[in-house]
Design a protein around this ligand. Structure first.
Ligand code: ADE
Length: 254
């Protein structure tokens, strides 16, 4: 998978060199390129923002640097594709625009995006990017404005770190043991069950007896019950969203 990130603070994205995503880059599973939006300005001050039409507080990101940067990413990507598999890159790349006004980024979206060949992330700052860029980009990209949640960050960079990590770990080969993806929060629409490790007694607290029983069926039932209780206590909205058939008969007696 190819990932391009455009930002006026490329240093923010240095964390993508670390841990599992960093290793996936070194292993060639993820090709991550970080570009500086200011490289696509033409003035001495490398200006990327201007005042909003209609007035109001704050500044808006100018459209032309974004257009030049996105055109450059597209031409680099097609140059890179020319000697590769013709099927790769057959679909338009996805342009993810982090914004508190976007659709909420969920595990289902992460899964969907992990199946694409090319993602481009456009990190806005200030009051956002001139809306005409979003319209214009639809010619070459599938444009997805995405929000991490209902709160406001200072810019898209932190959101991109979160999204690239959530997406990248779902790319086949990035996580050594793919089974660990199966039993984690949100993979089945529920929160994960609580986990414990040694010692069995720690500061006078034990662990649930069933986990020491060696009885796999009972352990699985206990974990499932814990998932349901936890989800009902912390995230009742997730239970309401479960499709019919997601709960079995035993779940319904919990
Ligand atoms: N940029 C600013 N706030 C954001 C949010 N909540 N999600 C994604 N990008 C953002």
């Amino acid at each position: 998978m190819r990932i391009d990130v455009l930002s006026i603070f490329p240093e923010y994205l240095a964390a993508l060199d670390l841990s599992l995503i960093g290793k996936a880059r070194r292993d060639g599973l993820l090709q991550v390129n970080v570009g500086d939006l200011r490289d696509y300005t033409a003035d001495r001050h490398r200006t990327v923002d201007d005042t909003p039409y209609g007035g109001g507080a704050g500044m808006v990101m100018k459209p032309e640097p974004w257009a030049l940067a996105l055109e450059d990413v597209m031409s680099q990507a097609s140059a890179g594709d020319s000697d590769g598999d013709p099927a790769i890159g057959a679909r338009r790349p996805v342009l993810v625009v982090p914004s508190p006004a976007g659709q909420v980024f969920t595990q289902a979206v992460a899964q969907e995006l992990s199946e694409r060949d090319h993602l481009v992330f456009a990190c806005g700052r200030y009051e956002g990017i001139d809306e005409r860029v979003i319209e214009w980009a639809q010619k070459s990209f599938e444009v997805r404005p995405m929000s991490l949640g209902d709160y406001v960050l200072n810019g898209g960079e932190v959101a991109v770190l979160a999204m690239v990590e959530a997406i990248g770990r779902l790319v086949p080969g990035v996580i050594g043991n793919p089974e660990s993806l199966v039993e984690e929060s949100h993979s089945d629409g529920l929160l994960e069950y609580p986990v414990y490790t040694k010692p069995a007694t720690w500061r006078e607290q034990g662990i649930p007896d069933v986990l020491l029983s060696g009885h796999h069926g009972q352990i699985a039932r206990w974990r499932r019950d814990q998932q349901l209780r936890r989800t009902s206590a912390r995230r009742p909205d997730l239970l309401e969203q479960l499709h019919s058939g997601a709960l079995d008969k035993k779940d319904l007696t919990t």
